[in-house]
Ligand binder design. Structure first.
Ligand code: PEP
Ligand code: MG
Length: 303
């Protein structure tokens, strides 16, 4: 489905759906089979597999987790994986083995510190050592990435960039955490806005740190598929965007009518604005001007 929608790969394979609606953890073989088939179907295009990101709003009936007042700020995602290394290692073994069947990269969610990424990498190394010992085929040099979705990660992006091969900026959670506005809470809906200048400033910091370190940076979450935001990614030098399949072609058509120079001008104006409403108004104005210009003449692809 991703390829049919014009995607160049899969930027975010959310594995939690494999773990939900069942009675026990999926075995290594079960996971391997699914990851392997997805990797093979992509025929050399990258498959980015995110390790289990549960807790917060998604729970597993068969895994006991503590009752919490604020689960979104509590025991979720990589925090669970590091505290319960056995199921985590099983998943990593399956992902590493799928790497022998296609172009697979592993993505760790909700990283907030260098200790956490080092902890995850240590378990990845244990999984590799086991597979080596057992003589099973796997990708020795699998690319490792982290989601930048906790504000702390964006703030120390320069330190984290040294630990990984790529960043994936998760704009949904980054917005929720930097604005302290629950993304699922209807009472806070007016506070949750990915165009808030604070969100954009953190994105800018993370992209700049990745680029300075020579690492790949992609953007995912709802904002990545919003054509309005496209000049921001072009101006900052984001390498990849990850979005729902249905959004790929519409976004590509806007991309082909965009110019890097015009995007730099838009970002120059937008990055000085003070409110989300001003940012959106300026982006809408820029999009309307670009559409009028492309309707006036066949400028062709420039970006
Ligand atoms: C995000 O947080 O932006 C993201 C893409 O991950 P999820 O929506 O699964 O939390
Ligand atoms: Mg997230």
């Amino acid at each position: 489905a991703a390829l049919a929608s014009g995607a160049e790969g899969v930027g975010l394979f959310r594995t939690e759906f494999l773990f939900m609606d069942r009675d026990d953890f999926p075995s290594e073989e079960e996971q391997f089979d699914i990851y392997r088939r997805a990797a093979a179907m992509l025929k050399g295009k990258p498959l980015t597999i995110r390790t289990l990101d549960i807790g917060g709003d998604k729970f597993l009936d068969y895994m006991e987790t503590p009752e919490e007042d604020n689960p979104v700020l509590g025991f979720r995602s990589i925090r669970i994986s590091l505290a319960r290394p056995e199921p985590f290692k099983t998943q990593l073994r399956a992902i590493l083995r799928a790497g022998a069947c296609g172009r697979v990269q592993v993505l760790f969610p909700m990283i907030q510190s260098v200790e956490q990424i080092r902890g995850a990498k240590a378990i990845l190394e244990e999984a590799k050592a086991e597979l080596r010992e057992e003589g099973l085929a796997f990708d020795e040099n699998m690319r490792i990435g982290i989601m930048v979705e906790v504000p702390a990660a964006a703030l120390i992006a320069d330190r984290l960039a040294g630990e990984v091969d790529f960043f994936s900026i998760g704009t949904n959670d980054l917005t929720q955490y930097v604005l302290a506005a629950d993304r699922l809470n209807e009472h806070g809906a007016h506070l949750y806005d990915p165009y808030h200048p604070a969100v954009l400033r953190l994105v800018e910091m993370a992209v700049a740190a990745a680029r300075r370190a020579g690492k790949t940076v992609s953007v995912c979450g709802e904002l990545a598929g919003d054509p309005l935001a496209l000049p921001i990614w072009l101006a900052l030098g984001v390498h990849e965007l990850s979005m729902a399949g249905a959004l790929v072609l519409p976004l590509k058509s806007v991309l082909l009518r965009s110019s890097a120079e015009a995007a730099a001008g838009v970002w120059n104006r937008v990055s000085r604005l003070s409110t989300a409403a001003e940012v959106k108004a300026a982006l809408r104005e820029a999009a309307a001007a670009a559409a009028a210009e492309s309707a006036a003449g066949p400028a062709g692809p420039q970006a």
